[in-house]
Design a protein around this ligand. Sequence first.
Ligand SMILES: [Mn+2]
Length: 357
Amino acid sequence: MTINWNPLSTLIAEHDHFIVSSHIRPDADALGSEMAFAIYLEQIGKKVRIVNPGQSPKHLMFLDPEEKVATIGHVPAEVIQTAQIHFVLDTCSWKQLSGVGEAMKTAASKKVVIDHHISGDDLSAIEFKDVTEPATGCLVYQYLTHVGADISAFQALCMFAAISTDTGWFRFPATKPSTYRIAAELMELGVNPQDLYTLLYEQASLARLKLSGIVLQRVQVAFEGKVAFTFVAQKDLAETGSHPTDTENFVNECLKISGVKIAFICVEQQNRSIKTSFRSRVGSNVAKLAETFGGGGHKQASGAVLNTSLDEAIKQILDRISSMDLSEVDDIGEKESEISPKESPLQATPPSSKVIP
Ligand SMILES: [Mn+2]
């Protein structure tokens, strides 16, 4: 699939005042794509503001060293209202645009979406979408090369960060030969993947490392090793001096155990509710599971909040897993011999011992 970029060039040529936005909790694909694209617009003499619905995470501030990215609450309303084109990158969802979406709705600007997500709302936008691309960064790169932009080393870094993170460092199924070609070209433009990897993935605090020790020590498996889980209590954060965001990714560690199909982590919140994240390998649908607790998400990653104790939350989740068929055998064309319907991955004997000692 190749996007016809000419209409985008025409739109840009005919206007001068632009807003570039992306989704709440911007990730490296959102920020990297926005930065690389906005810098290009500036290079060709356009006025551009990057305005997001929420703050950028601290660990991604290296993509915005001059703090160009503003949040919607911190820009005067007329900035959005007077823009001629409002670019939306890496999302096509009103919900994900949050406050930016609200402001967009009343603005007269033309809306333009550059995105790679399958699902989305009708933003009444001109869309430049390619769902076969693993990252919006790939689309921005395509456009910048289409117009022969003079891509700086920093823009290259932004796009490499966008693409490498959305592909799980080039290993997710959406990664394709052209993805590696783009990476190669970005490297030729000055990106050092080793340094970038360190910036992205090797910035843990001592507190987080200690917390991970506690949390991983606690991992238990159930259902004959097909489900792995752990938990974080408020006192663990206090004892290690960790930040609540430090619990991110621990659930993915649980999924690394051989044979595990579903992993979850229960994190006790300050208000004592239990925020639970579910992960699964292809073949099991944890969105269904999260929905039964009033949550939601994707088949492979979902979440829910349970208003109960840690001990009780884990018990309820295990009970629910034992009573549900979460397998997605047909969906992925998995061979019947691998998972027989009789022996669904999640209908095995529940664990006998009490979950939390
Ligand atoms: Mn993306």
